[in-house]
Design a binder for this molecule. Sequence first.
Ligand SMILES: Nc1ncnc2c1ncn2[C@@H]1O[C@H](COP(=O)(O)OP(=O)(O)O)[C@@H](O)[C@H]1O
Ligand SMILES: N[C@@H](CCOP(=O)(O)O)C(=O)O
Length: 326
Amino acid sequence: MAVYTDITEDDLANFLTAYDVGTLTSYKGIAEGVENTNFLLHTTKGSYILTLYEKRVDQNDLPFFLGLMHHLADKGLSCPLPLPRADGKLLGELSGRPAAVISFLEGMWLRKPNANHCREVGKALAAMHVAGEGFGIRRRNALSVDSWRPLWNNSRDRADEVQAGLKAEIAAELDFLEVNWPKDLPEGVIHADLFPDNVFFLGDGLSGLIDFYFACNDFLAYDVSVCLNAWCFEKDGAFNMTKGMALLSGYQSMRPLTEAEIEALPLLARGSALRFFLTRLYDWLTTPPGALVVKKDPLEYLKKLQFHRSVATAVEYGLTHETKPA
Ligand SMILES: Nc1ncnc2c1ncn2[C@@H]1O[C@H](COP(=O)(O)OP(=O)(O)O)[C@@H](O)[C@H]1O
Ligand SMILES: N[C@@H](CCOP(=O)(O)O)C(=O)O
């Protein structure tokens, strides 16, 4: 459960007087999520999400995240919107943390997405990449290749506690990716964490994307690789090429990949698998027992990484469509 900061009813009611949301009728902490504290609020005017930004979110990045949601919504993407306060600001403070009230997005995330859902996610990811054009604030990817070694250094000495041989395997992988990481692919605003729990569906239709708190400027195809990892593997660890084909063709129907992006996809997928492996490993080793957050298994991402090492071309992910010249 991710409720790191508690609030009192009085403080919350007082905080809400700055917003045009009516009167609070009830609220409860939301069990899901990893990074921030979220509460579901019911008021006389409707339902809202209250987010308290926790320590792992750099407060200097909040204007990027909140501004991006407005930019994407203005361009027609379905995503939640931070509500303005009476003073026009999007951020307030509650229980000592920066806090925002966010519009409630209808829908549910899917525990067992099928290939049609993967196609919809591919389309929505490409739509987000297109909609992100022209967004005026930049944020570098704080979890890209140059940050992996420092992150790894924090866990390296205890890695073999998780699995024998991990220390040597990841050291070699990191050496390889640092040398071979692409330098010149199409860039833009990426979501960087578009996992199933961040995509809502109503029936079979995608109702919107949430959780833009890893969004940044980076290679667009890196975001595609994040989604291949998050959506196209089965519980037993096998890659599902039907889902890969659906996700990639959905993406390409809105934004065709260049030849350079397609060529780089297996390498990008290794990198994105390593990125989630590293953050999960760190949390696995450092989250104290009894903490109110569900730890995610790093070895799931090691297996995905090992799969991508065996992939020669993106055809093995199910890529079929025509490509756009670089
Ligand atoms: N705008 C929203 N509308 C509806 N539910 C939301 C919204 N934002 C967050 N949630 C709920 O809160 C959960 C955690 O939100 P998320 O942004 O993923 O947290 P974190 O940033 O901590 O990972 C989501 O899985 C969802 O159930
Ligand atoms: N998607 C990441 C963890 C971040 O979780 P979220 O709740 O912010 O989506 C992972 O699976 O490791």
